[in-house]
Write a protein that binds this ligand. Sequence first.
Ligand SMILES: C[S@@+](CC[C@H](N)C(=O)[O-])C[C@H]1O[C@@H](n2cnc3c(N)ncnc32)[C@H](O)[C@@H]1O
Length: 246
Amino acid sequence: MANVKSSALLMDKIYKNQRHFYDLTRKHYLPGRDHLIRHLAAPRGSTVLELGCGTGRNLIEAARAYPTCQLFGVDISAEMLKTAEANIHKADLSHRIHLAEGDATSFDPFGKFGIDTFDRVFLSYCVSMIPSWEGALRNGTKLLAKGGQLSVVDFGQQEKLPGLFRLMLRKWLARFHVIPRANLKDVLHDIAQDKRAKMRFLPLYRGYAYYAELDSSFYTRFMEKSGQIDLLKAENESHREIRKAG
Ligand SMILES: C[S@@+](CC[C@H](N)C(=O)[O-])C[C@H]1O[C@@H](n2cnc3c(N)ncnc32)[C@H](O)[C@@H]1O
């Protein structure tokens, strides 16, 4: 709990002033976000959650790309959420985008949003900012509905970019407590195995950014084909009961 409080204070400190020009300045140096939104391929009427939603920029773009979906955003920074709320209001999307303050590693949406799973969950450039980022990814997969997809975009290892550029970028990012995760692919691979999901991992822009998807519909289709869908439904139901009881 103390960690959550100190993370929230740190994020508020970083973003208290930056939030006013965040979207303008991040336009070019957080690439891959639109790639992620395009590949959400959110089905009609489905639900989409962003953990670490910041100014709401991605939620607004996703709401426009998937006009029949309901969107949800969580962030640990109350300051960032003020800007998100104002941006969403300005975009006239307050009826479709719902926000809550919370920690991506432990967020339980039922109390805030009245639902406990989502068809799509994504994390955009926040894995590199969350000290227990593996927990955030695991929590993200826990919040996936049957057949859902988790998507991630974040800084890569810049493996195909000049060494000096890489060094300078790392120094610059460290000033804002941003650490590109060298073992992101391995961690996602382990989570995919646990979740019985299919992983797609793609370095973008010569490794400047990494994009990944964990698609759990693969397992669902397999269970459907092999006539075990009732077993899968029972698994989901008991999971839901346990979450409600707990
Ligand atoms: C670099 S910004 C990215 C914002 C947005 N996802 C985007 O792509 O523009 C990182 C965001 O993660 C949030 N964040 C950091 N740690 C968090 C945590 N433990 N739980 C939820 N949000 C967190 C920060 O407050 C900040 O809004």
